[in-house]
Design a protein around this ligand. Sequence first.
Ligand code: SAM
Length: 227
Amino acid sequence: LLSKRLQAVYQMVDANTRVADIGSDHAYLPVELIEEKVANYAIAGEVAKGPMSRSKEDVDKFGLSDKIDVRLGDGLAVIKADDLIDTVVIAGMGGILIQNILTNATAEQLSHVKTLVLQPNIGEPLVRRWLVENGFKIVDEDIVEEDRHVYEIIKAEKVTEPITLTDAELLMGPVLMQKKTPTFVAKWEHKLNGYHKAVANMGYAKKIDQAKIDVMNQNIQYIEGIL
Ligand code: SAM
C-alpha cells in the first residue's frame, strides 16, 4: 500500500505510540500504522477539505474509525492535550512549510510529544535548524530515491540537554553523514558537480555575486570533507 518514501517514514515510527500525521492527505500512513499495530491510536490531520473527506471514507472502509480520528485543521491545531499524542509525523511538504507548522504549534499541542518524524521534500537544513533550536535531537535519518527524487527522513526526540549541529551536519544530516549509503553518496556527488559547474559559470558572469559563490564554495568544502 505504501510508496517507498512513505514506507521509510513508517519505519521511523516507534511501536505502541499515539501518532498525529499532519497533512495526511489520503491517510495511508495512519491506516498502515494502525493495521500493522505499530501505533495504538492515530489522528489524520488535514487542512484541505477534499483530502479529509476522502480519508474519512477510507478509514471507515477499513473499519478503523475507532482508532483513527480524521480531523480538519491547520497544522498541530488538530491535537488536544488529552489526545496524549507522543509522535508527530509531517511528510511530503517543503521544509519551510514544515518549519512554519512546527513554529505555530502551541506548548499544549506539543505537551506529550516526544518524537517527531519529518520528511521535507526540499529545504532539509531549515528543518534540522528548527529541531536544534527547539530541543529535539536527531536520533535517526534515512534517505530514499523514488521516481528520480531523493527524499530524506529525519527522526528527532525531545531532550533536555542543549544540542548543537555543525553547518555540515545541518546541510547533509548528522546520521546520514555517518551512514553514507549509496543513495546519500549519489545525491551529494550530483550536488557537488552542480556547485562546481555553477561556480565556474559565475566566474564568467558580468556581475559577480561573491556572496553566492562563497556559499557554494563553503558547501563544496563540506561535501568534499564527507564523501
Ligand atoms: N503526508 C502525505 C504524504 O507524505 O504522502 C501527504 C503529502 S501532501 C503532498 C501534503 C498535504 O499537506 C496536502 O494534503 C495538504 O493539504 C496538507 N497541508 C498543507 N499545509 C498544511 C497545514 N498547515 N496543516 C495541515 N495540512 C497541511
